[in-house]
Structure formats: C-alpha cells, structure tokens
Write a protein that binds this ligand. Sequence first.
Ligand code: DVN
Length: 285
Amino acid sequence: MDDVETYSSRSKKRRSRFLKFGLAAVIFVVILAIILGVVLSTTARNPSGEKLKSTVITRCEKFVESTNISRDCQKLWNLFEQAYVGRDPCAVPPEAYNPLMAGMHPDPSCNRMLFWSKTKDLVHDFTEKRDCYQTLEDTLLGSVMDGLTWCGKEGTRETFTTDCPGWTDCDNNPVRLFWNRASAGFADAACGDVTAMLNGSIATPFSPASIFASIEVKQFNSTRMNGLNVVLVTNKNDITTCENPSLKVLQKELDPKLKYSCKEVTQSNIQECMLRPDPACGACW
Ligand code: DVN
C-alpha cells in the first residue's frame, strides 16, 4: 500500500507541477500575443507615420555623429511632431514650430553661411562637392527635413506622409510653415560675411515672393552680420546683371549698417571650380 500510495502521491505532484507549468506557459503566450498585437496594430495602422519618425531620428543621429554637435534626437522628434499632429493641415498656427526651433537652435558657421534663391540644385551641388559653405539644408533641422512631406489631421494623433496639402495648396500647411520658420531662424542667426547665390538667368533674381526676400533678408541682423555678398549666377546671353532693378530693391531692404557687394559669376566657372578639390576653400568667385 505504501508503495502504491507513494507512487500515486508522486504522480499527483507531477500532474500538479505540469498543470502549473502549462498554465504559466498559456499566460505567457497570451501576454506576448497582446503585446505583439498592440505593436503591430500601431505600426500597421500608420506605417507611413512610423517610417517618417524613423527617417527623422536616423538622419538626426547621423548628423549628430558626423558633426559632434550633441542633440537629443527623440526630443527633436517630439518637438517636431507636436507642431502639426492633431491639427487641420491647412490651419497650423505660424508659431507651432517655435518650441522645435528653440529646442534645436541653429549652429551658424559665421562667414560661411550661404543663402540662395532659384538656384537650389547648383547650390547643393556646390556645397556637396566643396565643404566650404553652410546652407540651411546643411544644418540639423534643414538636413533632417529636406525632401520630406508630412501632416496631421484633426481628431487623430497620427502622422501622414500622403494626402497632405502641397506647397501652394494653403499657406499654413505643416511643410511650408516649417521651411518658413526654419529659414527665419537660420537668417536671424546669420553672422559675419554672408553669401547669397541668386539666379542671373531670370528677370528678377531678388523676387519679393521668395523665402529669401520675404523672410530671410528681413531677419538679417547687423549686430551679428558684417555684410551680404551676392553671387549672381549667369549663363551666356543672360541679360540680368548686378545692376538689375530687383537687386537695387535688395540693397534698399538691407540694414544700411550691412556692407553689400554683388558679383556676376558664370555657372560654368562655379561648376569647374567645385570640381577642383580645395581643402583651403579658395574662392570660386
Ligand atoms: O535661402 C534659401 C534657403 O535658406 C531656403 O530656406 O530659403 C531660401 C530659398 O527659398 P526661395 O528664396 O523661396 O527660393 P526658391 O528657389 O523659390 O524656393 C526654395 C524651395 O522652396 C524650392 O526649392 C521648393 O522646394 P523643393 O520643392 O524644391 O524641395 C520650395 N518652394 C518654393 N516655392 C514653391 C516651392 N515648392 C513648391 N511650389 C512652390 N511654389
């Protein structure tokens, strides 16, 4: 009897241990399934928002790594997202990006700052081949957001990268407001001798509707800046020169304490110069 009793009590113990283990395993699997469900449903619900977040943070981390400028990339995302999320994409308040600009202030490179208007491709080709100038797109915020599109919608905390208003669909859209605000911040921080590359192949190189004219020039501050050197990029048979009336308007709009110069430079000269590596950053104009 004892042996039988011992045997049956041992098998009862084994059965209860097995049941306990089985129950624990089931609970673990259920919890894991819930967690996975939440994660997948969030990502699945809004893959484009997740992709934008990952792009922004990855670009930010690469910038921080390559420049040794320390910035909190998660904080950058949070400050950026709160500017547009949950808002009508055509009614974003102009001050929406102020916390982002304050939290991620520009790191201006005095005497190397390069503004531009209607010369985007040439300018970025130039700064890519010759690391001698800093455009807005070479700063943390400019490099992180360059080429991206985003918006929010009322009643949801999600980020969208499609079906967002285009640049001209409405003034207060998230993308256009960002670039206007970032441009103002970059111009306000402009220091030393500043350069602007303008387009000598158009009738009004200084166009009043441009960001350069309507926002940046108005922010230039003579307590930090010495002057503005205009590089007017021309091609053969161009009729626009540094005497162009719109450039006279530019001079008038500039703070009189700022020095002003203008030089006509052919596009081919600039393109040849940028192909000649020069760590000393000798002038291309
Ligand atoms: O100094 C530069 C730089 O600092 C930037 O922040 O602002 C200045 C350039 O702006 P800008 O003077 O208005 O010059 P652009 O060439 O007229 O416009 C600059 C950019 O704004 C364009 O290249 C557009 O960007 P994209 O689409 O090429 O990445 C955008 N933009 C301006 N007007 C637009 C427009 N995009 C679409 N439709 C429009 N009407």
